[in-house]
Design a protein around this ligand. Structure first.
Ligand code: AMP
Length: 209
């Protein structure tokens, strides 16, 4: 039963890799960012509380994130294992996660800051099916339209330049210390996140063996 955490800065390609690996392993891809964005879109009380933090690029308070993730982890499909993408984001979350479940492996995705900014600034998403594109490295077949359903692609509010700067600073201050935390427990494997999604996926598969 694989219980894997995907760790890395915003823009590193964790979500893309987690989607691929989750399909291969047959376990759910649990992205706290996606869960929160769905709550925002549905205008639930939790979503309304989270939205301002997210749009500014700050972390959403731990209790809100733990609530939404705890509910998702309790669903029957997560009993077979899961890929956690975007959680934990600080030491308090890592400690609370350890109280809920065991983690078998932590994959740390690494990429120079300049490339992270390029990937974030070029990212476009489909508001209907959540497919992710990049105007430079992974453009849709028809400019501005989703390949799967033709919906007009949009930019996430937190992929605008001011929010990108905040998100990278939040990562360095609050999330990067988790590398030491998981290295000490012997769970950490580093993945070079440069190159195409297929190249990175091959490195992920190697790290699993
Ligand atoms: P992501 O899609 O992982 O880049 O997450 C988008 C935004 O959702 C982040 O910038 C945070 O505002 C919020 N978020 C996602 N996961 C967490 C988390 N584990 N803790 C706090 N905030 C989170």
């Amino acid at each position: 039963m694989p219980r894997i955490v995907f760790l890395g800065p915003p823009g590193v390609g964790k979500g893309t890799q987690a989607t691929t690996l989750a399909q291969q392993l047959g376990v759910p891809h649990l992205s706290t960012g996606d869960l929160l964005r769905a709550a925002v879109a549905a205008r639930t009380p939790l979503g309304l509380e989270a939205q301002g933090h997210m749009d500014a690029g700050r972390l959403v308070p731990d209790d809100l994130v733990l609530k939404i993730l705890g509910e998702r982890l309790a669903a029957p499909d997560a009993a077979r294992g899961f890929l956690l993408d975007g959680f934990p984001r600080n030491l308090a979350q890592a400690e609370r996660l350890a109280g809920i479940t065991t983690i078998d492996l932590v994959l740390s995705f690494e990429l120079p800051a300049k490339l992270l900014i390029e990937r974030l600034a070029g990212r476009r998403v489909c508001p209907t099916c959540q497919s992710v594109y990049n105007i430079v490295t992974r453009p849709p077949k028809v400019e501005g339209k989703c390949d799967r359903d033709g919906t007009a692609l949009v930019q996430r509010p937190d992929d605008r330049p001011e929010a990108i700067t905040t998100r990278l600073a939040v990562y360095a201050e609050q999330t990067a210390p988790l590398l030491g935390f998981y290295r000490k427990s012997g769970l950490l494997r580093s993945i070079d996140a440069a190159g195409t999604p297929d190249e990175v996926a091959a490195r992920v598969r190697n790290a699993l063996h």
